[in-house]
Design a protein around this ligand. Sequence first.
Ligand code: ADE
Length: 420
Amino acid sequence: MAVTPFDVADPELAGSGSERIDWAARAMPVLAQIGERFSAARPLAGLSVAACMHVTAETANLMRVLRAGGASVALAASNPLSTQDEVAAALVADGVAVFARRGVDRAAYYAHIVAALDVTPPHLVLDDGCDLVTTLHTARTDLIAGVRGGTEGTTTGVIRLRQMARDGRLRVPMVAVNDTGTRRMFDNRYGTGQSTLDAIMRATNLLLAGRTLVVAGFGPCGQGVAERARGMGAHVLVTEIDPARALEATMDGFSVVPMAEAAARGDVFVTATGNRDVLRAGHFAAMRDGVILANAGHFDVEVDVRALASGATARRTVREQVEEFTQPDGRRLLLLAQGRVVNLAAAEGHPAAVMDMSFAGQALTLAWLAAGADLAPGVHPVPADIDAEVAALKLASLGVRLDVSSPEQLTYLRSWEQGS
Ligand code: ADE
């Protein structure tokens, strides 16, 4: 029998990884139901899946469901700092080809993605940030013809896919699971909102009440962070470039100010924009002693760490996940998790109850692709019935019941003759 290849930190950690995966499973009832269906119907039988995702206990539950559906699975990390090494080990023990070690450098990070693609030519791909798809289209173009399609789970990844499509470079159909109602609202807003604050507090033990927290970007992730921080007693300032979002933040009761002004007022800064250099040299110069800088966006480009380092007279780690950059005038700026996505690097990412919905949608979308959804290369929406089914299953698992429209109400909604 062929040996499954892997590269993880320590296979001996499998036992504790398995416990962690089982703990997450308790909060993932929708995914569990899909898993039961998959075990019976085997919708992925004979297919190989290559995934590039955060290697967490929640992702592990998705991998188990895909295997229950009959797929062989190879998994690389979608961030060098988010891998839970014990989970990676447990997945290897389950038979998943995992290439992920927490803390690898950039070269090893991309080598792992190539390794996951090379295990078995993939029929389906799962991506989280678009690094697997870009690697497929640059380093492993020979595999493209065999790929039926895939899913992308992040805002950043969908933006990159759309750019690839616009440039005529995207050669496989990709389904934007990030854009579903269940994902944008629950993952981005509630998941990022809670887990970002969780990470900041775990890393620093900061009391948020009474502090000024600056959120850059008022998309669903920034909204989640702003709302949760306000709920914990912080004064929240929002920075935006988009007028509609700035207006929404204003009407939600937040103060919207340019970053040039916020820089001098904030105690904690959280970037959630998807763009680069949101916090940069001019801002660092205006910040107060002891401020905390954290990034909640997918890539480590939002805080200009290079400028932060080059403008500092000293750089040292003062606590796990906290680096101090001393400025020439003695002020100390504290960067969390090297500017990488803080909720995964300094905490556990979105709670399992949130990932339950995202991953249920992802599993159903893969089954739909496997069943022969005939899509052209490009970026496609998740079928509306999949999104609605996931929401309905989640509500059922929470014991929440809905009202049902009466026949008269349905007729009213379908008619144009009746007004008042
Ligand atoms: N993205 C955000 N949170 C996550 C989690 N807990 N697992 C996998 N991917 C994630």
